[in-house]
Design a protein around this ligand. Structure first.
Ligand code: PGA
Length: 249
């Protein structure tokens, strides 16, 4: 069963998670196996990424021995597209820290249609080859998705191409000029990929997430709510602000 940590606000929660991340990075010497993080996009992790940037700038935290794998990317959007997660991650984090660009992995949204199956397998393989994900960072969709694993997702799926739920497309429409510009498909790590991470930290803020956080933690484990699979993960912590935790028993 996941543990929960509740903080007065998103900044306090993000700072606490950043302390854990910094300790993990510093626990490895420069010649040790790199530490591997799974990273998420969305508005939720922004204060967390801002704190990592501050730790790099003000407290000599180096990311040179870090490898990252992002959860997902819209299909059809390339790095130069301002709405792509490639762009989001560089703007919000990677451009401001010293992680080597060769250590950054984000699913390629411009993969040719006839190469997608092979590409998804290679993304999964790349995670295995570096020894798996040490810490996976997650947000939670208002429909309970993790990554882009929408309701109905299989528990054991590995990196795959998915159709986005209408709810997700509406939630994310604010980032696009027009609703119909929101892509309909994405590449995402599967629930199985996510659950293979040694440790998982899920962040959620605000009243808008309170009901889905309660269901994910205390409802039945079901593929109707992919985040509920985390109940079966041996080392997961939910980092919540008081509003997101307000409906917990
Ligand atoms: P949000 O999205 O951080 O923008 O709320 C979370 C998610 O969809 O995982």
């Amino acid at each position: 069963m996941p543990t929960t940590q509740v903080y007065p606000d998103p900044i306090a929660a993000s700072n606490s998670l950043a302390v854990e991340v910094a300790a993990l990075i510093r626990s490895r010497g420069p010649n040790d196996r790199p530490i591997v993080f799974g990273l998420a996009t969305g508005t939720t992790p922004l204060p967390f990424y801002a704190e990592l940037e501050r730790l790099y700038r003000d407290e000599n935290l180096s990311f040179k021995n870090v490898i990252t794998f992002n959860l997902d990317e819209y299909l059809g959007l390339g790095p130069q597209d301002p709405q792509s997660y490639w762009h989001f991650m560089h703007e919000s984090l990677f451009d401001h820290i010293d992680v080597p660009s060769a250590h950054i992995n984000i699913p390629n949204g411009m993969t040719a249609p006839d190469d997608l199956e092979r590409y998804c397998r290679s993304y999964e393989q790349a995670i295995q080859e570096v020894g798996g994900i040490d810490l996976q960072i997650l947000g939670i969709g208002s429909n309970g998705h993790i990554g882009f694993n929408e309701p109905g997702a299989a528990r054991d799926a590995h990196t795959l191409v998915v159709d986005l739920a209408e709810k997700t497309r509406t939630d994310n429409a604010a980032f696009f000029d027009a609703d119909e510009e929101v892509p309909t498909r994405a590449i995402t790590m599967g629930c199985g990929t996510i659950l293979s991470a040694k440790r998982i930290a899920l962040m959620a803020w605000g009243e808008r997430k309170a009901a889905i956080v309660r269901e994910a933690l205390h409802g039945p484990v079901t593929n109707d709510l992919p985040a509920s699979f985390l109940q079966e993960h041996p080392d997961t912590t939910f980092y919540l602000d008081t509003a997101a935790a307000s409906l917990l028993p």
